[in-house]
Design a protein around this ligand. Structure first.
Ligand code: MSP
Length: 642
């Protein structure tokens, strides 16, 4: 049996609709789960909803409904959202499930019986948003750091869990298992918290104040504190205490949360497990916040972004890709729709999408759409180390996935995509196609490109499962086969020759910004521009101009046209395109050949001196001398200029 893997998300409160923050955590868990499906057959992925407590009771009251009806409604919003985001969870737990309630009572009774729970009176500062007491030193300017509201002073008799008894054990455990809480900054945060004596945890709420919760098994006048109830979902969902699932998955449990709930997961939870005589989880993986204008995106701050809206406008895989590529797991990130559009156009439409359609188009054009077979005697010299480059990308990708460094895993894939784009430029299949004697070479080149794309299709599977399946289908492979299994991915030359490929497909259409994020201050700055310039245009107008990096492959004079040159430029299309440029007064054809320039790629074609020009090369000049716009570093032809 392969090594089992168990991943959980927090169970989300049902006091608000799901937003981008919830979607991010759940997509992270989905990506890591799908990645583990590539390397193992025994995986379990859990998500769900946290449905008890004061917060929920108040939300139900505000809607003039019962807590039961309310939790059913909001929980189903989460449950129905996840399939629309391609979330592959194996189970969806609700803390109102009878099995879960039984487990909470069982654990409470055990801990109570062994003397770890006592009854006492307490007065303290209580944040209703967090549903917990805060100590003075935890407050920021007297306010709850999460809700930015002043907590209320509450005096009550309650049950307390003797966490202090386990403080030294927890410190030792964290030190002995350096990746127990990761990334390291969060481990350090917990260790620094543990330097002060731990307060015991108030684990009950009197029914006179809150009655929406699990009744304490040893006092019917109290309900269980929502965190003591919620954390136990991670074991109740596995069928604790005596199920095979529990025995298989609990020893390898990994949680994902954002930093807002670091303390319950990094302190309460391991201590609860220890007190209950259970092994602790393996890793707590903590990520940062999606912010909007420096504030955490949250319902209480009223700045949420709806995941489904973004999915509907930009496409699911593009949305998933953006979240995984733009946030460094562990750090905060600012949500910016413009960055999303740029990522889609540059990384997806341009780098991956163009490469894929270009290669499939060439296979149709030069090989009748059939995957060519290769002549092994010339294979090595023509492969230019592509196999090793793929192996290196896979190894970096696996290392990054193991560390939850999704952005690094994607960078490793995009490096391989860039290598493949370079391979097209260097081998120039359209030149090989012109000569019958280079047929064998052309076949090797095209086969290698298809094989590279097969590897890429599999590696993107965890983040973009639909695109992976689409690529797979267009590479002529059977979608029922587990094409993403790592041993298959690693086997170079796995693509069978002789199969017919469906016609090419656009993986990612280019997109335009639906709404600009220009702040009023930025708009004012623009007004100070020199008034002699051309009238202002909008960002949408500018975005209609498709500027690309082009490589001049050949330049030649045009008969009877002193000022014009005919340029053959490569912008990553199947064949070079022709551009006529009025630059003969400033450059000879030889000076231009091999140069990287910038062109307007979507200018309407026009005939100049009998030559059809498709685009325009940019140059700066005063009408007499012109200077081409070049780059100070080499980039793949077709790279977008923004
Ligand atoms: N119910 C508790 C968790 C109990 S787990 C045993 C809870 N629920 S919550 O609905 O508030 O969800 C918090 C989690 O939602 C965060 O830890 C994170 O996973 C996700 N996020 C909510 N807002 C977020 C951001 N702005 N940015 C990133 N993640 C966000 O706490």
């Amino acid at each position: 049996m392969t090594t089992p893997f168990y991943i959980t998300t927090p169970i989300y409160y049902v006091n608000a609709r799901p937003h981008l923050g919830h979607a991010y955590t759940t997509i992270c868990a989905d990506v890591i789960h799908r990645y583990h499906c590539m390397i193992s057959d025994t995986n379990f992925f859990l998500t769900g909803t946290d449905e008890h407590g004061d917060k929920i009771m108040r939300a139900a009251k505000a809607e003039n409904t019962t807590p039961r009806a309310y939790v059913d409604k909001i929980s189903s919003l989460f449950r129905e959202l996840w399939p629309q985001l391609n979330i592959s969870n194996d189970h969806f737990i609700r803390t109102t499930d009878p099995d879960h309630i039984e487990v909470v009572k069982m654990v409470l009774q055990k801990i109570y019986d062994q003397g770890d729970i006592y009854f006492s009176e307490y007065e303290g500062k209580y944040c209703f948003g967090c549903e917990r007491f805060y100590t003075e030193r935890e407050l920021v300017d007297g306010k709850c750091p999460d809700h930015e509201t002043e907590p209320e002073t509450i005096k009550e008799s309650n049950y307390f869990f003797k966490m202090s008894r386990y403080q030294q054990w927890l410190i030792d455990h964290i030190k002995e298992h350096p990746t127990f809480i990761r990334p390291e900054r969060y481990k350090n945060e917990i260790l620094s918290f543990l330097r002060e004596p731990l307060d015991d945890l108030c684990i009950s709420r009197p029914k006179s104040r809150i009655n929406w919760g699990i009744t304490l098994p040893f006092d019917k006048d109290y309900v269980t504190y929502v965190w003591f109830d919620a954390l136990l979902n991670y074991i109740s969902a596995l069928g604790y205490p005596d199920s095979e699932k529990f025995n298989t998955f609990w020893p390898v449990a990994q949680h994902i949360t954002a930093k807002d709930i670091l303390k319950p997961h990094g302190i309460f939870w391991p201590i609860m497990l220890k007190a209950a005589g259970l092994p602790v989880y393996k890793h707590l993986n903590v990520h940062g916040y999606w912010n909007v204008d420096k504030s955490k995106m949250s319902k209480s701050l009223g700045n949420v972004v709806e995941p489904l809206q973004l999915k509907n406008v930009y496409g699911l895989d593009a949305f998933r890709f953006f979240l995984m590529r733009d946030m460094v797991f562990g750090l905060d990130s600012s949500f910016n729709e413009q960055a999303l559009v740029q990522r889609i156009n540059a990384d997806l439409a341009n780098d991956l999408g163009n490469l894929f359609s270009r290669v499939i188009t060439m296979v149709h054009k030069y090989c009748k759409g059939i995957v060519p077979s290769i002549d092994t005697s010339i294979e090595k010299e023509l492969s230019l180390g592509l196999k090793d480059k793929a192996a290196e990308a896979i190894s970096k990708y696996q290392q990054a996935m193991g560390d939850f460094a999704f952005h690094k895993a994607l960078t490793a894939i995009w490096n391989l995509i860039s290598q493949l784009n370079k391979y097209v430029d260097v081998t120039a299949p359209w030149v090989l196609a012109k000569n019958k004697s280079s047929r064998g070479q052309l076949d090797v080149v095209l086969y290698n490109l298809l094989e590279g794309l097969r590897v890429i299709a599999a590696l993107i599977y965890p983040v973009m499962p639909d695109t992976a399946a689409k690529m797979h289908k267009h590479l002529g492979l059977d979608p029922r086969e587990p094409f993403y299994k790592m041993h298959t991915v690693k086997a170079w030359k796995n693509l069978p020759s002789g199969i017919a490929l469906p016609k090419t497909v656009t993986l990612f259409p280019r997109v335009q910004m639906k709404e600009t994020n220009t702040s009023p201050a930025e708009k004012d700055e623009n007004k100070t521009l020199n008034p002699a310039l051309k009238p202002e245009i909008s960002i949408e107008d500018f975005a209609r101009i498709d500027l690309r990096v082009a490589k001049i492959i050949k330049a030649e004079a045009i008969a009877r046209a002193k000022k014009l040159l005919k340029l053959h430029v490569d912008i990553g299309e199947v064949e070079p395109r022709i551009i006529v440029a009025g630059i003969a007064g400033s450059y000879t054809p030889e000076q231009l050949t091999g140069r990287q320039v910038i062109i307007v790629a979507n200018l309407k074609s026009a005939k100049l001196m009998g030559v059809l020009s498709k685009g325009m090369m940019l140059a700066a000049g005063n009408g007499e001398k012109s200077v081409t716009l070049t780059l100070d570093e080499t980039l793949p032809p077709g790279t977008q200029v923004r």
